[in-house]
Design a protein around this ligand. Structure first.
Ligand code: GTP
Ligand code: SPV
Ligand code: MN
Length: 601
């Protein structure tokens, strides 16, 4: 195969990696439909992919991962900065020299019997000033097809690089070499204790080994666009955040742009595409997972979505909860760890329709209602099963979603899953308190990461705990610095919780009805509605936003309750948590904490 680039660094790097990993051949990818179709056909042939019913789900495929390789592995994710103090309590630090030694041993000969694919991709529109070029080397064809959808893979990237252009090298291997004649497993990967998801922030370098799954393997996403980019953004004065971006337009045509950070599997994809129930107001999607933001010439903060697709949580996605996500994966989609039905379509729990049966995510015959030996219901889809869908297929994708200038952010929202204590919505008194709210955000764990252990609640600053590429204290300080830079043009900050429960029942209807809360925020931006001051922030002065909902008075009261005793307890937990940031905890965090303590009395 001829080499489609003259870029010196790229050619040297590919040669160096090929010498180390000894693949059977090198394939330079071009991002074409022909390439996608060819790889899918090969994977169907090998048994890795299942072609879905062309009539029901055109050009779509299902995969089942190895049961041990179903989510990100935070305990195996490393920030290998040169100095230990440049990584913080949210990171696993390891000396880069030592880590490279360990990983080089693993990488040596690891692609034996497999092709090495070179994927040229852009995060952000190709050629836009805010975009970043990455090259991923991988031995996984599953990664190549997913990268086609999630990023912009194109030979234009080679052209753009020229002979001397720079790029972010992203090395990936499933860590499962094949001996001559050895039959490949359906989903090759390495055991958990051999997996490494490694980042070298000073070199803008990513090395991933042993996992084929989403955030561990599609290196443009969490590794580049969040961990490496957050470290760059901290150095360069911009922001790389785990945030959805949406446009909310009122009946008069005024546009508001909202960026919201919720932890993994806590509702970003859903909010990004919500069907507004507020008459005349509509939501358009710009991004569902990652926002890159820079101050513009007018001093406001502008956001772009660096991705080209959605890697969304499947379970719970239904016509009722998120019809726009379903439409996005109605064709050209990839499904990982869902049920493949008898008529070769897909199904998952809470999809809102019946399933006659099929094969489950472990590739076993499966029928709804099946129980295991202990009488527990056997799930058909893994709780972290995902769809990979093209953003352009989303019926409510914003016409400006690829504008290289980005959209000006009016509102930041933080949140997480809290079954109690956190009210439906409260507003920060000012940006600095907003930073405190973001920095002390907490959530109950979800299925998006494998190895969080048996914790009931974890602090998750800015929903970035697993994704901050440098010291978390410096990262918090960076948020304060951005606020200072933006001054009175900084977005207004809110905190939401859709997840309060009364026994098993969600108190707030959520999903489309969340538009009521977004509208309240926009009205606050305009100074159109009153709010009352509470110790934790400003809150709706009346129940207008819930008018017309079938919500009992006690439910509304529960949603709006500021439980000072519980908040004081949270404050004590926050003190213990924040102490982990040591000298690097910004003074402003301590100030905010003291102010909150005083307000709580
Ligand atoms: P990542 O892709 O992991 O970063 O997650 P995400 O934040 O995009 O999560 P997503 O929107 O896919 O939500 C995950 C889960 O939250 C699904 O099970 C949803 O059904 C549920 N969910 C989302 N919004 C709401 C809501 O308003 N109310 C309730 N009760 N559940 C919700
Ligand atoms: C997340 O876990 O926050 C995701 C899915 O968005 S993954 O890309 O697998 O990290
Ligand atoms: Mn995410």
């Amino acid at each position: 195969m001829s080499v489609p680039t003259k870029n010196k660094k790229l050619i040297a790097w590919v040669n160096e990696i090929a010498a180390m990993t000894t693949p059977e051949k090198i394939i330079w990818c071009d991002g074409s439909t022909e390439e996608y179709d060819r790889l899918m056909a090969e994977m169907v042939e090998s048994g890795m992919a299942i072609k879905l019913n062309e009539k029901l789900r055109p050009n779509s495929f299902a995969f089942n991962s190895d049961p041990s390789d179903v989510a990100r592995v935070e305990g195996r994710t490393y920030i290998a900065s040169v100095k230990e103090e440049d990584a913080g309590p949210t990171n696993n630090w390891i000396d880069p020299v030592e880590l490279k030694k360990i990983m080089t041993e693993k990488y040596t000969g690891c692609m034996k019997g497999r092709p090495l694919y070179v994927i040229p991709f852009s995060m952000g529109p190709i050629g836009s000033p805010i975009a970043k070029i990455g090259i991923e080397i991988t031995d996984s064809p599953y990664v190549v097809v997913n990268m086609h959808t999630m990023t912009r893979v194109s030979t234009k990237v080679y052209d753009l690089l020229g002979t001397d252009g720079d790029f972010i090298p992203c090395l990936h291997s499933v860590g499962s070499p094949l001996e001559p004649g050895q039959k490949d497993s359906r989903w090759p990967c390495a055991p958990i204790e051999e997996k490494y998801i490694a980042h070298f922030p000073e070199e803008n370098l990513i090395w991933s080994y042993g996992s084929g799954y989403g955030g561990n393997a599609l290196l443009g996403k969490k590794c580049l666009a969040l961990r490496i980019a957050s470290a760059m953004a901290g150095r360069e004065g911009w922001m790389a955040e785990h945030m959805l971006i949406l446009r909310f337009t009122n009946p008069e045509g005024k546009k508001y742009h909202i960026a919201a950070a919720f932890p993994s599997a806590c509702g970003k994809t859903n909010l990004a595409m919500l069907q507004s129930t507020v008459p005349g107001w509509k939501v358009e999607t710009i991004g569902d997972d990652i926002a890159w933001m820079k101050p513009g010439k007018d001093g406001r903060l502008y956001a772009i979505n660096p991705e080209a697709g959605f890697f969304g949580v499947a379970p719970g996605t239904s016509e009722g909860s998120n019809p726009m996500a379903l439409a996005s994966c109605s064709r050209d989609a990839i499904f990982t760890n869902v049920v493949v039905t008898e008529d070769k379509d897909v199904w998952w729990e809470d999809m809102g329709k019946e399933c006659a049966g099929g094969t489950d995510w472990l590739n076993r015959p499966w029928k709804p209602g099946m129980k295991d030996a202990d009488g527990k219901k056997i799930l058909g889809a893994h709780p972290n099963s995902r769809f990979t869908a093209k953003a352009e297929l989303c019926p409510v994708i914003c016409p400006d979603w690829e504008d290289p200038e980005g959209v000006p952010i009016d509102i930041f929202v933080f949140g997480g899953k809290r079954t109690s204590v956190m009210p439906l919505v409260h507003e920060a008194f000012d940006f600095e308190q907003g930073v405190y709210m973001g920095a002390t955000a907490s959530s109950e764990p979800t299925a998006a990461a494998l190895d969080l252990g048996n914790v009931s609640l974890r602090f998750d600053p800015f929903a970035m705990t697993p994704f901050i590429g440098y010291h978390g204290g410096d990262y918090m300080q960076h948020w304060f610095d951005m606020g200072e830079m933006l001054g009175d043009k900084a977005p207004k900050v809110f905190y939401v919780n859709w997840f309060q429960k009364d026994g098993k029942r969600f108190v707030w209807p959520g999903f489309g009805e969340n538009s009521r809360v977004l509208k309240w925020m926009c009205d606050r931006v305009e100074g159109k509605v009153d709010a009352i001051e509470t110790p934790i922030g400003m809150m709706p002065a009346n129940d207008d936003l819930a008018k017309g909902l079938d919500l009992a008075k006690e439910d509304w009261e529960r949603l709006m309750k500021v439980d000072t005793v519980a908040f004081k307890k949270t404050l004590e937990d926050a003190k213990v948590y924040l102490a982990k940031f040591g000298d690097k905890l910004p003074k402003k965090m301590t100030e905010q904490l003291e102010k909150l303590e005083k307000r709580l009395g």
